[in-house]
Design a protein around this ligand. Structure first.
Ligand SMILES: Cc1cc2nc3c(=O)[nH]c(=O)nc-3n(C[C@H](O)[C@H](O)[C@H](O)COP(=O)(O)OP(=O)(O)OC[C@H]3O[C@@H](n4cnc5c(N)ncnc54)[C@H](O)[C@@H]3O)c2cc1C
Length: 269
């Protein structure tokens, strides 16, 4: 209601770790801040019939240290320590990170990798948006004005699923120049269904279907398949050059990180 009445001039504040710098630099100039910090119902991690539900106001550090996440979402548990530094993880929230939608952030890529569903609430009620439709561009999501992200639903993670997560940043805790989240459901020694998500290389996290098709039906240590997969990463990605890295370097990095992630999943790292 407050957001609706403010007619787009209000901004939600969660952990403030992205919003406060934006306010400082006058990149955002809302006339009203709506603080979600005291709404206990928006925090916490719990089991559902379908998997896990994470409240949007759950702190990154609570996800990092959660026994439920460690047991039921090992890819996320493995990746979260890469996010920023401890003080930022102690304050920043998963909902803030997903709503901010930085293309180099880990949570958006992880949500795409695990097929998360975003639960949004607004004046018209609740709606659910799959991660694949939620990230719509640079700092852009499917969230409409006056809506808030309240929860994230994660489907069951099969116990035998293998995974790898790799990213490269100049200093520990910096945003990644490129990163790869990977999982594979094995059929014996052969890669069955798998998922490859790249981040830091586009205006949003990207699923690399063409790379997945190459890896499927081969062992994870198949050298020829890996060469083809690396070439496909190079073909499929069109990152921009910026002050941090050239487009060519980012493509090369993504291909190398893919190989490391797949090898980690195969126990070869
Ligand atoms: C030095 C530094 C390094 C960092 N490094 C990394 C990194 O390596 N990887 C990484 O992923 N992140 C990094 N971050 C960002 C950090 O993870 C932030 O905490 C996170 O992106 C935003 O979470 P927040 O809860 O602080 O959101 P806020 O800053 O409070 O909000 C961010 C945006 O989301 C909106 N918003 C917040 N919650 C909701 C909601 N529930 N519904 C709708 N809109 C909402 C706000 O209006 C705002 O526009 C870094 C930040 C800093 C300052």
């Amino acid at each position: 209601m407050i957001l609706q009445n403010a007619q787009g001039d209000a901004r939600i504040i969660a952990g403030g770790q992205s919003l406060m710098p934006m306010l400082n630099f006058r990149l955002a100039t809302p006339t009203l801040l709506v603080d979600l910090n005291r709404i206990a119902a928006l925090s916490g991690i719990g089991m559902t019939d379908e998997g896990l539900r994470i409240g949007a106001m759950t702190r990154t550090r609570d996800i990092e240290t959660s026994a439920l996440i460690a047991q039921h979402q090992p890819l996320i548990a493995h990746a979260v320590p890469h996010i920023a530094h401890l003080p930022i993880r102690s304050r920043g929230t998963i909902g803030g990170s997903l709503s901010h939608a930085d293309p180099a952030a880990e949570f958006p890529a992880l949500m795409l990798a695990v097929d998360a569903q975003m639960v949004l609430h607004g004046p018209q009620g609740a709606r659910v948006v799959p991660a694949g439709e939620y990230f719509q561009g640079l700092f852009e999501t499917a969230t409409k004005s006056a809506e808030i992200l309240t929860h994230i639903d994660l489907p069951h993670w099969p116990e035998a699923r293998r995974f790898g997560f790799q990213e490269y940043s100049r200093r520990r805790g910096d945003f990644a120049l490129a990163g790869i989240a990977f999982w594979a459901d094995m059929d014996g020694d052969i890669c069955g269904e798998c998922r490859v998500v790249a981040f830091g290389v586009s205006d949003r996290p990207v699923r690399l279907h063409g790379v997945e098709q190459i890896l499927q039906s081969h062992p994870l240590n198949d050298a020829d398949a890996m060469l083809q997969a690396r070439d496909a990463v190079d073909d499929l990605l069109e990152p921009d050059s910026d002050l941090q890295a050239s487009a060519e370097y980012r493509r090369m990095l993504a291909a190398e990180l893919l190989q490391r992630a797949v090898h980690a999943a195969g126990g070869m790292a």
